[in-house]
Ligand binder design. Structure first.
Ligand code: SAM
Length: 226
């Protein structure tokens, strides 16, 4: 497949998709083999939002369910992040590594790791910003995702702690996912809503939401979600 070139903050990020990446257990193609429109929306929002630019400059950024890794790679290659940790299920890791290298990122700048939702990042890393693109599609997966997020999040919603940025195509199920994430201790604020043509079918448009996430501020130091 021909690589895709995505413009972010005046630079081109090159992303190769991998048609042949399958789940060895089920034999099904893995959804993270392809670049999803929401990741283009997220990279574009990170490039244009002053508060996202501020969060990302000099930061260690972790992308959850990174797939082909566009937002995490763009954060370092185009937006001044110090490094990214690109995470997903194991069969997608070689593609993530190749995409990071194709954009000139060294192994120090792009740490590619397996991270299944429900598990913890090992070894731990200090994470300033978490990026998530098109991962809010199954409410039953959200408690496991939230457990992973709580494990790597610093601070409780005050200044200086970890923040999250997420984008997703507007589907009914997204709101159900957000209800669970909020119950699990996260503040999720819609910060943008964009309508844009789909990459693979430009005659069609879709609506996308962008969110900023924080941990809910603790009351009297007690967090009942832990
Ligand atoms: C719809 S794809 C989005 C991929 C990429 N973020 C993008 O927007 O192009 C969902 C991603 O979440 C990952 N994912 C789904 N369930 C997961 C789990 N339980 N643990 C880790 N990653 C998971 C998939 O492997 C896939 O990369």
């Amino acid at each position: 497949m021909d690589p895709l070139y995505v413009a972010v903050a005046g630079s081109a990020v090159v992303v190769a998709e991998r048609d042949g990446t399958h789940d060895p257990a089920t034999g099904r193609a893995l959804t993270g083999s392809w670049l999803w429109d929401a990741s283009v929306v997220l990279a574009s929002h990170l490039a244009t939002s002053p508060s996202a630019r501020l969060d990302i400059r000099g930061a260690t950024v972790l992308e959850l369910g990174a797939g082909t890794g566009l937002p995490g790679i763009a954060a370092v290659a185009c937006l001044g992040a110090a490094r990214c940790v690109l995470t997903d299920v194991r069969p997608l890791l070689p593609g993530l590594r190749a995409n990071a290298e194709a954009n000139g990122l060294t192994a120090e700048q792009a740490d590619v790791r397996e991270l299944r939702w429900g598990e913890q990042l090992e070894p731990e890393a200090q994470v300033d910003v978490v990026l998530m693109s098109d991962v809010f599609y199954d409410p039953e997966e959200m408690p496991a995702m939230a457990a992973t997020l709580r494990g790597l999040w610093r601070g409780d919603g005050g200044d200086g702690g970890t923040v999250g940025w997420a984008a997703t195509e507007a589907r009914d199920i997204v709101q159900d996912c957000l209800v669970v994430l909020r119950e699990e201790g996260f503040e999720v604020t819609e910060v943008d809503r964009v309508t844009r043509p789909l990459m693979r079918d430009p005659a069609q448009t879709a609506v996308f939401f962008v969110y900023r996430l924080q941990r809910r501020q603790l009351e009297q130091g007690v967090d009942f979600t832990l």
